[in-house]
Design a protein around this ligand. Structure first.
Ligand SMILES: [Ca+2]
Ligand SMILES: [Ca+2]
Ligand SMILES: [Ca+2]
Length: 132
């Protein structure tokens, strides 16, 4: 499956999709997500076999023609697919009125809401300390 989304548009979207979240928290969520993907039998522990199976699966997904080698084209197509999935999830999250597109207002609303939830002392302003 090939996609022709301009790389620049995706890079811009990625920058928007992953706001300057407090680094650790984002990394924690990312690691948890990754862990869950690898932990196939969901027992809360990742074995070497599960890691190998995960890599085999990923390799097979990227190796489009199945020749056992991932070329630049295959890697690009694979990354594009992942970027598109990511973009779709981002739009689904931001698209308040469900019209399939994100308006400036929707983005401002979601982002504003997301930032202000850290306002621990409820004074209507978020400090760097509160974000940590
Ligand atoms: Ca496991
Ligand atoms: Ca190949
Ligand atoms: Ca919308």
């Amino acid at each position: 499956m090939r996609h022709t989304i301009p790389a620049l548009a995706l890079a811009l979207l990625a920058a928007v999709a992953v706001p300057a979240e407090a680094g650790q928290r984002h990394r924690g969520a990312f690691m948890e997500d990754m862990f869950k993907q690898v932990d196939k039998n969901d027992d809360g522990a990742v074995t070497r076999a599960e890691i190998d199976a995960f890599h085999a699966e990923r390799f097979a997904a990227a190796d489009a023609d199945g020749d056992g080698r991932i070329t630049l084209e295959e890697a690009t197509a694979f990354e594009m697919t992942r970027a598109e999935d990511h973009a779709k999830r981002w739009i689904a999250r931001m698209d308040e009125n469900g019209d399939g597109v994100v308006s400036r207002e929707e983005m401002a609303e979601r982002h504003g809401h997301w930032m202000m939830k850290d306002d621990a002392n409820d004074d209507g302003a978020v400090t760097l300390d509160e974000m940590r």
